[in-house]
Design a binder for this molecule. Structure first.
Ligand SMILES: [Ca+2]
Ligand SMILES: [Ca+2]
Ligand SMILES: [Ca+2]
Length: 807
């Protein structure tokens, strides 16, 4: 039920190199000189191994400065590693995802050193870091000073060694820090490297993660999306749009190609934040993932990205956005955005909340950071969770574990101020969050499940929450939360609403959007639709409306698949991202280079992919209006000939209002337009995809074009009958209510009459003698014409008249 905490960051490795030393070449892992049988599938797996494209693909291992140098073995540049502070310092490349356990690779590299005070010869290693504290020397060479050494060998990754993380780097033989810094010319000399090559078979493409079931059912608004997962959602509203920042549960999702069932979620693999946004809370745009952590992350000194928190503040006159996240259980961090969609940068070079944060010493898990910018401009960060301090009595550990904190933030939002204060949340586990409404501060949090971490079997304080629910407190201050402020259960465990397989702890947020308050939570409802009641912990975002009693108490939130009302109809008359869905089936999304046509060049853009015949995407309640849409334009990349898009209303089998054959060169992005008929009013729109087998095409953007309204003339017509000498006479009166003079022709069953001009505001009457004592009901047809802005305009008006008798 609880989070699985990652391995502690082990104090530096001590590892194979030390054990092997110079006898290294004798180890079984090196098969020097044995030719690797070349197969057609072998390819170069190193990016920019010759450093001819600057430092592309390379980064520093340990503390060293990497720069290109013209002192190259081949081509015009190589890399030089200077300022090395440890023997492991040198150029590194991440090959994760490119290598496989049990496979053999050919490794080559050219290595040189020039330090005149260094020994006459020096050994170097090319080493693999498999993550954690597992290192293996792959190849070695001992060149003479000033001469290029040549590593030329093969190696096999043991079948028992996970190849999930594979980073290759160049180093000198390990000695401890004191020895190294005591003799820097011997151990920490500059190293020049060129022509690094690693040749082998790339791994087969990973099995598809595409979710084939309809995970969000048409008509329902929870979960928010059906094509990927997202947990610990933090809602943030600005300028008519709601953003949801989430733990990227999809990152660890790996459905078996045969069974379709994924292993249970592994939080330790997650280092991205998933971001979606919506103007209406039903149609959500996928903005993809923010790579905050990991070696290629915005903050590479963090390795995980759980449970984001988000806010905005004007800092030194500049609007800045702050994305906080848990770096596993041990610390929390923040990156800074130029907008809610980025781009992102790290203003810090170490974590924001960690073991050195004053007042957080007794907090086991220094995670789940949630910011609050108060009305007075002061800012706070709520964080913490996990096992209660063993220094407290067992009953207190259970009922008042004091595992959540609030700390003030400096104006820069990326530094803490003073000491963290205890938030005395009853039975708390984690997930502290605060919002302010009408001067009251609402602190919500998730409650723990008991057990040894919380003092074992204890008697709950009457009125305190049970396990696995969201409780809350109300205070008049953002920092004053004694236990007496406890206000009740805000949200019961989600399994009460979504049934077997959806239990576990939750993580909530709250936000105001256009006058209403909303509550966000997660539940593995998409996972349940994929696998039935046996879920693997992959969570999906949900939103419910939150309402308040007159005294400020929150009415307990009920979880539903129906979710919230759509806030407004969807505006189709603009270019909008095709990765915007109310509902979808069988598709996936992927980030592509270049900015967004809708959100701007510095915002991420995605495309819809994995589109097979029978897949579809849909928009809820599209505001076509009157006279409606005349055409749809799509930016599409055909992947085969013969595909088509059908545009339907109501459902995936609803009326077809247009068909768009996907023509154009295969593999090239193109814009295509289809005429529409019947796209008026407010309608659910389904784009259904047809064609041969396999991927049909990819989609980038949609835009609808509004039909031009046919101009009409404003006249009113009245048809009445009267008796003249025992016979019925029909009179048709035409009143010109337009702003121009009109001509009129009146046609009835009793003849036609015309008048050349009726002035603005005037009427003209036409009498038709029927010569009948009684007439039946009928319709007089009036055609009025005029010239408006040089163009002829004609409008037909029908005036019904009743049966009439003079008997
Ligand atoms: Ca080169
Ligand atoms: Ca598909
Ligand atoms: Ca797009």
């Amino acid at each position: 039920m609880t989070r699985q905490l990652p391995q502690q960051d082990v104090s530096r490795r001590r590892r194979l190199t030390a054990a092997i030393g110079v006898a290294f070449a004798a180890t079984a892992l090196i098969v020097s000189g044995v030719a690797v049988p070349a197969t057609a599938a072998d390819e170069e797996l190193i990016v920019n191994g010759g450093f001819e494209n600057g430092m592309e693909g390379w980064f520093a291992n340990g503390t060293t400065t990497l720069a290109t140098t013209t002192d190259a073995y081949a081509g015009s540049s190589a890399v030089i590693s200077t300022g090395r502070t440890g023997t492991q310092a040198g150029p590194m490349q991440d090959l994760s995802g490119k290598l496989q356990s049990g496979s053999t690779y050919a490794l080559k590299a050219r290595i040189k050193y020039d330090n005149p005070n260094a020994p006459a010869t020096k050994q170097f290693f090319v080493t693999m870091h498999y993550g954690g504290s597992t290192y293996t020397n792959l190849g070695t060479v001992t060149p003479a000073r000033g001469q290029w050494g040549y590593v030329n060998t093969t190696f096999t990754i043991p079948a028992s060694q996970s190849a999930a993380t594979t980073r290759i780097f160049i180093e000198t033989p390990w000695v401890n820090a004191a020895t190294a810094t005591g003799a820097p010319d011997t151990h920490l000399m500059d190293i020049t490297v060129d022509d690094v090559s690693l040749v082998g078979a790339p791994p087969p493409p990973p099995p598809s993660k595409t979710i084939e079931v309809v995970g969000k059912l048409p008509g329902e608004h929870n979960p928010l999306i059906g094509h990927k997962f997202g947990a610990d959602g933090f809602g943030y509203a600005e300028d008519g749009r709601v953003y949801m920042y989430m733990t990227n549960d999809t990152q660890g999702y790996a459905p078996d190609p045969v069974t379709g069932i994924s292993p249970a979620i592994n939080y330790g693999n997650i280092n991205q934040i998933t971001l979606i946004s919506s103007e209406d809370l039903v149609n959500w745009t996928d903005h993809g993932e923010i790579q905050v952590a990991g070696p290629q992350g915005i903050a590479p000194f963090t390795s995980n990205s759980w449970a984001p928190g988000f806010t905005k503040k004007i800092v030194n006159g500049e609007e800045k956005y702050f994305l906080y996240y848990a770096n596993g259980g041990g610390s929390s961090n923040v990156v800074t955005g130029a907008s809610p969609l980025g781009p992102w940068e790290s203003e810090r070079s170490s974590t924001l909340i960690n073991g050195t944060t004053p007042g957080a010493e007794d907090v086991a898990w220094k995670f789940d950071p949630a910011p609050l910018v108060d009305k007075d401009g002061k800012s706070y960060l709520y964080f913490g969770g996990g096992p209660a301090s063993t220094s407290m009595p067992a009953a207190e550990r259970y009922n008042n574990p004091k595992n959540i904190r609030v700390i003030e933030l400096e104006d820069d939002m990326v530094t803490t101020k003073g000491s963290a204060m205890v938030v005395d949340t009853p039975v708390s586990f984690e997930a502290g969050h605060v919002f302010e409404r009408e001067g009251k501060y609402y602190l919500s949090y998730s409650s723990h499940f008991g057990g040894a971490d919380f003092g074992g079997a204890q008697t709950p304080v009457p009125g305190y929450p049970g396990g696995g629910v969201i409780g809350y407190m109300i205070s008049d201050s953002p920092t004053d939360f004694p236990k007496e402020k406890y206000a009740g259960v805000l949200f019961p465990n989600q399994s009460q609403f979504f049934g077997t397989g959806t239990g576990g702890n939750n993580h909530q947020s709250a936000f105001e959007f256009e006058g209403k308050y909303y509550f966000t939570y997660h539940a593995p409802t998409l996972n349940k639709r994929i696998n039935g009641n046996t879920t693997q912990g992959y969570r999906s975002p949900h939103i419910q409306e939150m309402t308040f009693n007159a005294d400020g108490a929150i009415q307990q939130v009920v979880g539903t698949y129906a979710g919230v009302d759509q806030v407004r109809d969807f505006d189709p008359y603009r270019v909008f991202e095709a990765e915007t869905f109310g509902w979808s089936k069988g598709i996936a999304t992927a980030k592509v280079d270049g900015g967004s046509a809708q959100f701007g060049s510095s915002s991420p853009n995605l495309v819809v992919k994995d589109i097979d015949a029978g897949d579809w995407t849909a928009l809820s309640s599209v505001a076509f209006g009157e006279p409606g849409a005349e055409s749809l334009t799509v930016k599409v990349k055909p992947l085969q000939a013969g595909g088509a898009i059908q545009i339907r209303t109501g459902s995936e089998t609803g009326a077809v209002i247009g068909t768009l054959p996907v023509t154009g060169a295969v593999g090239e992005w193109t814009e295509l337009t289809a005429e529409l008929s019947g796209a008026a009013g407010a309608q659910d729109v389904f784009f259904t995809y047809t064609g041969g087998s396999g991927d049909l095409f990819e989609l980038d953007t949609w835009s609808f074009a509004e039909a031009t309204a046919v101009p009409s003339l404003d006249v009113s017509v009245d048809a009445t009958s009267r008796c003249v000498a025992g016979k019925s006479v029909l009179t048709v009166k035409v009143t010109n209510e337009d702003e121009v003079a009109v001509a009129a022709t009146v046609a009835t069953a009793f003849g036609s009459k015309a008048v050349a001009s009726i002035a603005v505001g005037k009427s003209s009457s036409y009498a038709f003698t029927t010569r009948l004592a009684a007439t039946t009901a009928g319709i007089a047809e009036v055609i009025v014409t005029a010239t408006v802005q040089g163009q002829p305009v004609s409008t037909t008006v029908e005036a019904p008249y009743a049966a009439h008798s003079c008997g």
